[in-house]
Design a binder for this molecule. Sequence first.
Ligand SMILES: N[C@@H]1[C@@H](O)[C@H](O)[C@@H](COP(=O)(O)O)O[C@@H]1O
Length: 261
Amino acid sequence: MRVIIQPDGDTIAALVAESIVDLVNEKPNAVLGFATGSSPLGIYRELIKAYREGRVSFKDAWGFQLDEYVGLPADHPELYRNVINRDIESQVDFAEGRVHAPNGNSEDLQSAGDEYDAMIADAGGVDFQILGIGTDGHIAFNEPGSSFTQGTHVETLTPQTREDNARFFGGDISRVPTHCLTQGLGTIMEARKVALVATGEGKAEAIAELIEGPVSARWPATILQHHPDATVLIDEAAASKLEMQDFYRFAWENRLPWQTV
Ligand SMILES: N[C@@H]1[C@@H](O)[C@H](O)[C@@H](COP(=O)(O)O)O[C@@H]1O
């Protein structure tokens, strides 16, 4: 795992976005994995900027979202499909039908999950997966106790996650869905490259577990310790509980030319 500690979220966003721009310029039909939440918003802003400046085009690229709430109406502003459409898809030049999310309104959610994994595989597999992390250590919506090998499946959201996400639902936890359809940790581990971004003290415990804790279903993100190409990008506050933070800074400052996000 590469650990990159930066002063702020904007610097982190610029680093991740540059890596994605380079990838899409090299491989125009790249498959990008999109995360929701506030953490990736800076990355999307940088990608939109690069597109507007003519430095990248997404017309042949693919996008697959990590997860979706179960049971939100199609026009709900917090349906993750609408969030990603608003925050990135509609602001760049993705071709029609190239950005997908699990169908959280399917009558048969597990079949929808299986079909979603098959669609990702048909597109060639995810080349670059953007990830945030929940305060309880979830990635996508894989809550504590999740299987390390599962594909896209239904999860029950923890009270902690629903409380954290209530801010998107007028601060009212009762309006936050109880279930979701999420890429499993098995799906995420198949991505060729993953970049997890986190800022703020609220993420410090989850980040310490992710990087320095034992691999455990209690902190699902810890499975990334087994990923061959994972980068964790954090600000000083999110890094504050890491025992080896000085070493991570040294390693990044003294990186070799090919060592990037
Ligand atoms: N399903 C999403 C996750 O993919 C995201 O990583 C997490 C953290 O969100 P934020 O970046 O807003 O802290 O929120 C949601 O639960």
